[in-house]
Design a protein. Structure first.
Ligand code: PLP
Length: 398
C-alpha cells in the first residue's frame, strides 16, 4: 500500500513549490507584446525585483536558468583573458568557475571545502598578493545549495576596500534570494544574480542580474560583449523588445508579477523571519534524531547554515533509500545529495537535502519532518524518536 496519493510536495532545492496564484496568473491566452498591459508592466517589475535584492542599482532579466545568469554576470564585467578569483564552498562555486574558464577567463580558485564558510583571512592574503590588481572580479556563492553553507559578503567588501583593490564583488544568490537575508547595497555587492525557480516561486526560465554603477562602468570598459548577454538594453524596461533581445517570456512575466505581489505583501523582513524559523524547526528535529543514529546536519555552525536548503549526511545507502521511501510511500520528494561524494560514496548516496525555499509554511515543514521520521522508522535507520516534537516546539515558540 502507498499513502502517496494527494497533493505532493517537491521538497528539493529548486524548482520550488509554485503558488496556485502564480500558476493561475500564467494560465491565459498569449498577450499582446507590442503595447498595453505586458510592456506597461515592466517598470514595476524591475522596481519590485530591486526591492527583493535590496538595491537601488539596475536589473537585467534574461530568458535563462541560473547557468545563464552566471554567464551574463561574467559577460558584462570581465574581458576574455582577464583574471577572476573564485571563493569556493561547494559544488555551485565550482560550476561557476568552470563557466568562467569556458569563457576564456583566467580563473584562480580558493577552495574552502563543503563543510563550512569562506575564511576571510585567506581571501585577504590572496588579494594582498595581487599587487597589480589582475583580478577583475571576486566570485562567491551566498548559499551553496549542495552543502547548504551560507557565506557572508560584508567582510569580503571590507577586505577589498581596506586593500584599495578595485575588483568587483559578484554574488550568486540563486538559492538564497527571497529566503535568506541578502542586502546587496548595504553589503557592498557589485553584481548579484538569481533565477526565478527558487525563492521567487516561479517556474524555471528567468534569470536576473542586479548590478550597480561601478559594474555598469566595467561593462562600458569591455570592447566586446555577447549581444544576447549584454545587460545594456536589458536594464531599460521602456525598450521592451530590445529588453529581451527578442520575444519576451510573456507568461513567465505574468507569473513573476504575481509572485512579486505576494513577496511584497508579506514583506522582506517577514519572509526572512519565516524562513529562519522554519529552518530552525528542521535543525531541531535533525539534531534530535541524530542523538540516536547517523543523521547529521552538514553545516555545524548555525551562523553559516542556509535558511532555504538543508544538506544532511545519513550514511550510505540510507540517503537514497529514505528518499525513495518518502516519495513512494508519502508523496514527498527530497533532494539528492550533490557534490558531496567521497571515494567510497562517489554518488553521494549517504547524503540528501531538504529544500525549504519560497512558498513553504509551518504545516508543510511539519509534514515533511513527520514523513522523514516515519521513513526512518520504516527503514529501521537508527535515530532518537520524536524529533518532530522538537520541531513543533520551535514552531510554537515555546
Ligand atoms: C540552483 C542553483 C544554481 C543553478 O541554477 P540553474 O537554474 O539550475 O542553472 C546555481 N547556483 C546556486 C547557488 C543554485 O542554487
Amino acid at each position: 500500500m502507498s499513502l502517496a496519493n494527494g497533493r505532493t510536495y517537491l521538497a528539493i532545492p529548486g524548482p520550488s513549490v509554485v503558488p496556485d496564484a502564480v500558476l493561475r496568473a500564467m494560465h491565459r491566452a498569449s498577450p499582446n507584446i507590442y503595447e498595453g498591459e505586458l510592456p506597461d508592466m515592466m517598470p514595476g517589475l524591475t522596481a519590485d525585483l530591486k526591492r527583493v535584492a535590496c538595491t537601488d542599482g539596475h536589473v537585467a532579466i534574461y530568458i535563462s536558468n541560473g547557468h545563464g545568469a552566471w554567464e551574463a554576470a561574467l559577460a558584462n564585467t570581465v574581458g576574455i583573458g582577464e583574471k577572476v578569483l573564485v571563493l569556493s564552498t561547494g559544488h555551485f562555486a565550482q560550476s561557476w568557475s568552470r563557466i568562467a574558464e569556458a569563457r576564456g577567463l583566467e580563473v584562480d580558485v580558493l577552495e574552502f571545502g563543503n563543510g563550512g564558510p569562506i575564511d576571510p583571512s585567506r581571501v585577504e592574503d590572496a588579494l594582498r598578493a595581487d599587487s597589480t590588481h589582475a583580478y577583475k572580479a571576486v566570485l562567491a556563492v551566498h548559499v551553496d545549495t549542495s552543502s547548504s553553507n551560507r557565506n557572508k559578503f560584508a567582510p569580503l567588501r571590507q577586505i577589498l576596500d581596506d586593500l584599495g583593490h578595485p575588483a568587483l564583488l559578484l554574488a550568486d544568490c540563486i538559492a538564497s534570494m527571497g529566503c535568506d537575508r541578502f542586502e546587496m547595497d548595504a553589503w557592498g555587492v557589485d553584481v548579484a544574480l538569481t533565477g526565478s525557480q527558487k525563492g521567487l516561486m516561479c517556474p524555471p526560465g528567468l534569470g536576473f542580474v542586479f548590478f550597480n554603477d561601478k559594474a555598469a562602468e566595467a561593462r562600458r570598459r569591455l570592447k566586446h560583449v555577447s549581444m544576447y548577454w549584454d545587460w545594456t538594453n536589458r536594464s531599460e524596461p521602456e525598450a521592451f523588445y530590445q529588453y529581451f533581445s527578442g520575444t519576451a517570456p510573456t507568461h513567465h512575466l505574468y507569473g513573476l508579477r504575481t509572485a512579486l505581489d505576494m513577496i511584497h505583501a508579506e514583506g522582506m523582513e517577514a519572509i526572512w523571519a519565516r524562513h529562519a524559523t522554519l529552518a530552525q524547526a528542521i535543525w531541531a528535529a535533525v539534531e534530535h534524531w541524530g542523538q540516536g543514529g547517523p543523521l547529521r546536519l552538514n553545516i555545524s555552525d548555525r551562523a553559516h547554515r542556509s535558511h532555504a536548503v538543508t544538506a544532511l549526511s545519513i550514511g550510505k545507502p540510507h540517503g537514497t533509500a529514505l528518499r525513495r521511501w518518502c516519495a513512494d510511500q508519502a508523496g514527498v520528494t527530497l533532494g539528492i545529495g550533490l557534490g558531496m561524494g567521497t571515494a567510497d560514496d562517489p554518488k553521494s548516496d549517504g547524503y540528501f537535502r531538504f529544500g525549504h525555499m519560497g512558498h513553504v509554511n509551518a504545516h508543510m515543514i511539519l509534514g515533511l519532518l513527520g514523513v522523514v521520521e516515519a521513513g526512518l522508522a520504516a527503514l529501521d535507520i537508527p535515530h532518537r524518536a520524536a524529533g518532530v516534537a522538537e520541531a513543533a516546539k520551535v514552531i510554537s515558540g515555546v
